[in-house]
Design a protein around this ligand. Structure first.
Ligand code: SF4
Length: 67
């Protein structure tokens, strides 16, 4: 599964609907910010984790189902 993307040590990205898990050919997993496609000047493609503050953060629906 997406251990990196869901890992609490990823900070906000772990619960953000804009994250995407990317796996390379060697099996390493990276967290990609999909907001970087439209606004690369504001959002790095591969954010330095943990992300503790982010204006683009939008919680996933599942994250808000369990207050
Ligand atoms: S918008 Fe911010 S919190 Fe969401 S994945 Fe991108 S960098 Fe992480």
């Amino acid at each position: 599964m997406d251990r990196v993307a869901r890992d609490p040590s990823a900070g906000l990205c772990a619960q953000c609907r804009h994250r995407q898990e990317v796996r390379n050919t060697r099996g390493s997993t990276f967290l990609l910010c999909r907001r970087s496609r439209a606004q690369p000047e504001r959002y790095p493609k591969y954010p330095r984790l943990p992300v503790t503050r982010c204006e683009g953060f939008v919680p996933e629906p599942a994250a808000t189902d369990h207050p």
